[in-house]
Write a protein that binds this ligand. Structure first.
Ligand SMILES: Nc1ncnc2c1ncn2[C@@H]1O[C@H](COP(=O)(O)OP(=O)(O)OP(=O)(O)O)[C@@H](O)[C@H]1O
Length: 290
C-alpha cells in the first residue's frame, strides 16, 4: 500500500509562528486524525499540502507524485472541506450542482443530490439562508461527489450536531472501505477522532509530537491516580505529564508495563483528550490542578 500524502521536513515561517521540520506519511486506505491546540499549525500544514500557501522548505508528495497538488488531474482526486462555506452564498443547492458539474470531469450529479437529500438540504433555498451546519454539510456533499481518492477535512465537523457528525463519520468509514481511499481529518472534537481514526497525528507549536496507531495509543497510555510519593517513584521515561491536585496526583504514562500489579496506583484508560492535554502541556508537562 502506497502513501496518499508524504510530507518531509516541511517548514513555514510566519511572524511569531513556525512549522518546524514537519514530517509524516499517510498510508492509502487509512483515516488519520490531526489534532493540536488552536494555532498549533494544523491549517498551515493542510494548506501547504494543498499548495494553497508557499512553503519555505521541505517536500510534499501526493500519491507518489512530488508536488501533486500542482497537478490538475491529481487535484480532482482530492476532496477538501474547510470550516467555512466555499460557495458563493447567492447560489442554491441546484446551482452548486450545475456549477461543479462544469468544473469536475468526474462530477457525480446524482450522488451529490442523494447526499444533499440525506443531509436534509433544501433544493431551492439560497446558501446565505443556510445555517452553519447546513453549509458544512453542503461542502462535505460536494467533496464526496467528484470521485476523490483523498478527503481532507479541516475542522469540518465543528458546529455540527452529534447526530449529523455521527452520520458523517459513518460516511467517512464507508469511504475508506475502498482501500485506495484515504481521509485526513483535523478536528478539536477528540472524541470523533478517537472513534474513527486509524492513526493519530499530534502537532504542538508547529512540531509533530506524536504519530501513532490509535489502538496502540489507547491500549498503552494510561491515566494513573496516586500519591505524590508514588508518582515520584515512576520511571521518568514513561511519564508524559503530571497534574498535582489537592488530594492526589494524576500522571499520564505512555506504557502500562509493570504497573498493573502495583496496588498503590489506580489506573484508568486515557482518552485522546487526556493524551492531547498532557502531551501539549507546558515545559515539563507539569500542570497544577489547584
Ligand atoms: N497568513 C498568515 N499570516 C501570518 N500568520 C499566520 C497566517 N496563517 C496562519 N498564521 C499563524 O500561524 C499559526 C498557526 O495557525 P494555523 O491556522 O495553522 O493553526 P491551527 O492549528 O489550524 O489552529 P486552529 O485550531 O485555531 O484552527 C497561528 O499563530 C496563526 O496566527
Amino acid at each position: 500500500m502506497g502513501s496518499a500524502i508524504e510530507v518531509r521536513n516541511l517548514t513555514k515561517q510566519y511572524p511569531g509562528f513556525a512549522l518546524k521540520d514537519v514530517s509524516f506519511q499517510i498510508p492509502e486506505g487509512s483515516i488519520v486524525g490531526f489534532i493540536g491546540e488552536n494555532g498549533a499549525g494544523k491549517s498551515t500544514t493542510i494548506k501547504a499540502i494543498l499548495d494553497l500557501i508557499k512553503r519555505d522548505g521541505g517536500e510534499i508528495t501526493l500519491f507518489g507524485e512530488p508536488d501533486g497538488a500542482k497537478d490538475e488531474t491529481l487535484k480532482e482526486q482530492i476532496g477538501v472541506v474547510f470550516d467555512e462555506n466555499c460557495f458563493p452564498d447567492y447560489l442554491n443547492r441546484r446551482n452548486v450542482n450545475r456549477m461543479l458539474k462544469a468544473i469536475y470531469r468526474g462530477w457525480q450529479e446524482e450522488r451529490f443530490e442523494k447526499l444533499c437529500e440525506r443531509f436534509g438540504l433544501p433544493e431551492k433555498q439560497k446558501i446565505k439562508e443556510y445555517s452553519r451546519g447546513m453549509k458544512m454539510k453542503l461542502s462535505i456533499a460536494a467533496a464526496m461527489s467528484h470521485q476523490a481518492r483523498l478527503l481532507i477535512l479541516d475542522e469540518a465537523l465543528s458546529g455540527l450536531d452529534p447526530v449529523v457528525r455521527a452520520e458523517i463519520l459513518d460516511m467517512l468509514r464507508e469511504f475508506v472501505m475502498d482501500e485506495q481511499h484515504t481521509v485526513f481529518l483535523s478536528s478539536h472534537i477528540t472524541s470523533d477522532i478517537e472513534k474513527i481514526a486509524d492513526y493519530i497525528l499530534l502537532i504542538h507549536k508547529g512540531e509533530i509530537l506524536l504519530y501513532e496507531d490509535r489502538d496502540t495509543l489507547l491500549e498503552e497510555y494510561a491515566l494513573i491516580r496516586c500519591s505524590a510519593e508514588e508518582a515520584a517513584k515512576l520511571n521518568p521515561a514513561i511519564v508524559v505529564g503530571i497534574r498535582r491536585g489537592r488530594f492526589d496526583t494524576e500522571v499520564l504514562v505512555r506504557s502500562r508495563e509493570g504497573l498493573e500489579a502495583n496496588e498503590d496506583l489506580v489506573m484508568d484508560r486515557a482518552s485522546l483528550e487526556d493524551i492531547l492535554l498532557y502531551t501539549a502541556g507546558e515545559p515539563g508537562n507539569e500542570r497544577c490542578a489547584g
